[in-house]
Write a protein that binds this ligand. Sequence first.
Ligand code: NAG
Ligand code: NAG
Ligand code: NAG
Ligand code: NAG
Ligand code: NAG
Ligand code: NAG
Ligand code: NAG
Length: 211
Amino acid sequence: MANLVVTILLISAAASATPAAAYTNYTVGGPAGWFFNATTNTSSTDFSKWAANQTFNLGDFLVFKTNSNQTVVQTYNETTYRSCSTDDSLDNDTFQYSGGNNQFGEALTIAVPLTIEGLNYYFSDADDGVQCEQGMRFQIAVKHGVGLPPSLSQPPPPPYAEPPPEGEAQTPPSTVPGGAQTKNHGGLSRGANVREVVCILLLCFGILSFY
Ligand SMILES: *[C@@H]1O[C@H](CO)[C@@H](O)[C@H](O)[C@H]1NC(C)=O
Ligand SMILES: *[C@@H]1O[C@H](CO)[C@@H](O)[C@H](O)[C@H]1NC(C)=O
Ligand SMILES: *[C@@H]1O[C@H](CO)[C@@H](O)[C@H](O)[C@H]1NC(C)=O
Ligand SMILES: *[C@@H]1O[C@H](CO)[C@@H](O)[C@H](O)[C@H]1NC(C)=O
Ligand SMILES: *[C@@H]1O[C@H](CO)[C@@H](O)[C@H](O)[C@H]1NC(C)=O
Ligand SMILES: *[C@@H]1O[C@H](CO)[C@@H](O)[C@H](O)[C@H]1NC(C)=O
Ligand SMILES: *[C@@H]1O[C@H](CO)[C@@H](O)[C@H](O)[C@H]1NC(C)=O
């Protein structure tokens, strides 16, 4: 019995270890970062050229070194991308990442996980689309690579809420990939680990009570 428990724990430890070198974090634009100069009406670098010179895989992150004068919009919808605007976009294919403040020029680092294979589009919708039209946009083709790590392959656990009274419908957990803000991703992987441990404990108790 003890051996069985040890085996289960070892298998679980191996399964939750993420291969360290499998994923890459790309700083968007390289040293130039994700900036727009409103005086010269230009972006800090040619982002399309930057993107064309990289290979992107599931589980990689795009790290936007920027400030609150720019936004980061991720979309899977080419029409939204071409329009430089989120006004008509659908909730399920377009995500705006923001640092949660409205001060101009405040430094921000925004990490966006790549969770969907195929074309992913990025732009800043600040200045009513002018930034985007003037070069603050690019597209990438995300390849499969080794696939998503466990920390990104499931939606974040729903926040704890008081159980509803008997008979009331519960809100289903969100299944939107990549829709959470960057800050949530640490919590996401912790949540997954906690769930694993709970599952293992339940399994062990189940086996114990069986015997
Ligand atoms: C990549 O960025 C994510 C999100 O900030 C972070 O959790 C992860 O540790 C980073 N990975 C590497 C290899 O720096
Ligand atoms: C924008 O460009 C002008 C002219 O090159 C420069 O003087 C100014 O410092 C730049 N502004 C920012 C915020 O980088
Ligand atoms: C990116 O560009 C640099 C310099 O222009 C070049 O040395 C490098 O091989 C390129 N990398 C890829 C993946 O194309
Ligand atoms: C893409 O977004 C546009 C609005 O920008 C919307 O009208 C269209 O239905 C979307 N396409 C898909 C395939 O969801
Ligand atoms: C978003 O929803 C629309 C209609 O509800 C659907 O046609 C489209 O395929 C969905 N897009 C994605 C990326 O899930
Ligand atoms: C941010 O934008 C404001 C208004 O356009 C401008 O005055 C300021 O110089 C910008 N700051 C930076 C750091 O780009
Ligand atoms: C910047 O470029 C846009 C065109 O996208 C133009 O409408 C706008 O007047 C320009 N602004 C400046 C300050 O040159």
